[in-house]
Design a protein around this ligand. Structure first.
Ligand SMILES: [Zn+2]
Ligand SMILES: [Zn+2]
Length: 186
């Protein structure tokens, strides 16, 4: 998958590089696109990540924030939309070597927000990608009342509010049915 190829050394943080806390601002400029569930979105700005890392006993707590401008498309009229993302994330990175000390139920309970790492390097890449993907609306709209496209000819109904080609272009196989419908026989 495309997102698997997104990498940045800036998002790799060495465990040994900080004592107890680390407050880091990361600007990623070289990512061009990100794959969303329904489309590939262009990045219109660098990605700005602010991450605050705190060492616990056997884990590292990460709280962060991701900001970026994306180009997505209206799901009704397909026009490009500029969409600003400003979203927080948090996760716990646990040293893999301690995984075996957790009971099975603890492991299951913690699957959601615990990420195991090799004890040396924390990679924030996936958290950044997930944060962006989960911030994009499932049904993006250019405006609340976007009228979309004519299902027959594709004309933009926002620009042509009176457009109606149903009458002229109807499939001949349906014309009999249409007549019956109009006569109120159904
Ligand atoms: Zn639209
Ligand atoms: Zn039409």
């Amino acid at each position: 998958m495309f997102n698997d190829e997104l990498k940045s050394n800036q998002l790799l943080i060495d465990y040994e590089k900080f004592e107890t806390v680390l407050d880091k601002k990361i600007i990623i400029k070289h990512w061009r696109e990100i794959e969303l569930p329904y489309e590939k979105a262009k990045l219109l700005s660098p990605i700005e990540v602010n991450a605050f890392l705190e060492k616990g006993k056997n884990q590292i707590f990460v709280n962060g924030n991701v900001e970026v401008m994306l180009q997505i498309h209206c799901s009704r009229c397909l026009k490009p939309i500029e969409y600003w993302i400003d979203e927080t994330f948090s996760s716990v990175y646990m040293d893999k070597r301690y995984e075996k000390f957790l009971s099975k139920s603890e492991q299951l309970k913690s699957l959601d927000n615990i990420i195991y790492y090799d004890g040396i390097t924390i990679d924030l890449t996936n958290r950044v990608i997930e944060t962006i993907i989960s911030s994009v609306p499932i049904i993006p709209l250019c405006k609340e009342d976007c009228k979309g496209l004519c299902p027959i000819c594709g004309a933009d109904l926002n620009e042509n509010p009176d457009h109606n080609c149903e009458n002229e272009e109807i499939d001949p196989r349906f014309s009999e049915l249409k007549k019956l419908l109009e006569q109120g026989n159904f």
